[in-house]
Design a protein around this ligand. Structure first.
Ligand SMILES: Nc1nc2c(ncn2[C@@H]2O[C@H](COP(=O)(O)OP(=O)(O)OP(=O)(O)O)[C@@H](O)[C@H]2O)c(=O)[nH]1
Ligand SMILES: [Zn+2]
Length: 209
């Protein structure tokens, strides 16, 4: 079982067997962490913090309740035979690492080579968002984005590039404030054709940030 399949199996198992705590329980957990940080959750400035944190979690982890395949379900075939690369550069990635729950902030570029049909371009950005708004490793997120497009659209190839900073590395631990992590996944023609891959990388590097 490869890492991606393993992760998917775990996600499915998690969803069906682990009961979600109540909002009140989640807020209580935040109060515990506030005490662990050394503060007093009863003081005025922190009274509403558990509520705010739980609300923020709903935003940061909204990807668990969304289905990337469903977003990619609607395709357009009337594209006058257009068959070259469709590429979105400079998409923001806002995720959290699964090891420390610290922010991962960066940029993603995604391209695919359509096989007859194309998808609404906003749907590609939504797929990036769905997988980034979860607890992630950068490698898993990159592979999941490619896999979702591959499975839903059966294109001739998919390319995904992510360049991100992990705050677990920049603000704690090894404290390397400038280090970026780059991950890529290539499938189909992108994997087989180095020229195509280089074209993708060139356009990606030229356009991002
Ligand atoms: N491969 C990979 N590693 C990650 C990612 N995000 C964070 N990590 C790393 O996960 C590792 C967790 O290491 P551990 O030794 O279990 O935890 P730790 O003691 O907090 O490690 P340090 O971060 O080195 O202080 C660290 O090396 C992190 O840099 C990611 O997206 N991909
Ligand atoms: Zn981390």
């Amino acid at each position: 079982m490869d890492a991606l399949t393993d992760k998917k199996t775990l996600d499915a198992a998690t969803a069906s067997t682990i009961a979600r705590p109540s909002r009140q329980e989640a807020e209580e957990a935040v109060r515990t962490l506030l005490r662990w940080a050394g503060d007093d959750p009863r003081r005025e400035g922190l009274i509403d913090t558990p509520k705010r944190v739980v609300k923020a979690y709903e935003e940061w982890f909204a990807g668990y309740s969304k289905d990337a395949g469903a977003e990619l379900g609607k395709v357009f075939e009337d594209v006058q035979g257009y068959d070259d690369m469709v590429m979105l550069t400079n998409m923001d990635v806002e995720s959290h690492c699964e090891h420390h729950m610290a922010p991962i902030l960066g940029t993603a570029c995604v391209a695919y080579l359509p096989d007859r049909a194309v998808v609404g371009i906003s749907k590609i950005a939504k797929v990036v968002e769905i997988f980034s708004k979860r607890l992630q490793t950068q490698e898993t997120m990159t592979a999941q984005i490619a896999d979702a497009i591959e499975e839903a659209m059966k294109p001739r190839g998919v390319a995904v590039f992510v360049d991100a900073k992990h705050q677990c590395m920049t603000t704690r631990g090894v404290h390397h404030p400038n280090v970026s992590t780059i991950t890529t996944t290539f499938t189909g023609e992108f994997k087989a054709n180095p020229e195509l891959r280089e074209r993708f990388m060139r356009l990606c590097e030229k356009n991002y940030r």
